[in-house]
Design a protein around this ligand. Sequence first.
Ligand code: SAM
Length: 242
Amino acid sequence: THFGYKEVPVSEKANHVADVFHSVASRYDLMNDLMSLGVHRFWKWITIQQSGVRPGASVLDIAGGTGDLTAKFADLVGPQGKVVLADINASMLNVGRDRLIDRGKAGNIAYVQANAESLPFPDNYFDVITIAFGLRNVTDKDKALRSMFRVLRPGGQLMVLEFSKPAGWLAPIYDQYSFRVLPTLGKQFTGDAESYQYLAESIRMHPDQSTLKQMMQDAGFERSTYQNMSAGIVALHRGYKF
Ligand code: SAM
């Protein structure tokens, strides 16, 4: 497919690297599962439900990783639409592509290696942009939000799904879970407590609900709102470009 921007060529070498990377991708998936106790599937489902994506739409899934959202969007946009799975990591993209092809998704998906901070797409291009459990890992989040704003079409919607700040009774329990239970679980499953410690810290460092909402406004998005899911363990932020 030719969408007018650079797609990632599949080379023998990349496939070879992808083999090694399958374990990393599986680890990402396992982390999502452990961190959310499997509930991330439900959070993603809600995101899809609220995306309003229709047949023929063009969708950008940034930090798409192994392509959970991309797979659903590819069904929704149909053969006339397109979905771009973008990720900063070429090996991750290869794994994502393998998985999507295994799931029978092809034809309307493009794979592009890109940093969320400087998206290589034309202005005013996509109807819907999603970034799920990815913004947390981006270094310059304001720059990334501005880049997303640029490539979004007027009338289009940005959706940010990310771990956030639980409030009230859940907050102390969640803290115990993130900083005690999770690293222990991680160590049991993978022998690697440190990555899970890092995961918990990256979540704690991430801007809370109202801060992220303000950052979206500052980047140009209008009518920014968020909804908490699972008592604020995760929040879905949405904003529009007009
Ligand atoms: N969106 C998928 C999901 O919800 O299952 C994958 C989330 S995974 C936890 C985070 C992904 O973000 C990884 O695939 C990583 O390579 C990607 N990533 C990290 N920093 C990025 C950046 N600056 N630009 C684009 N992708 C990035």
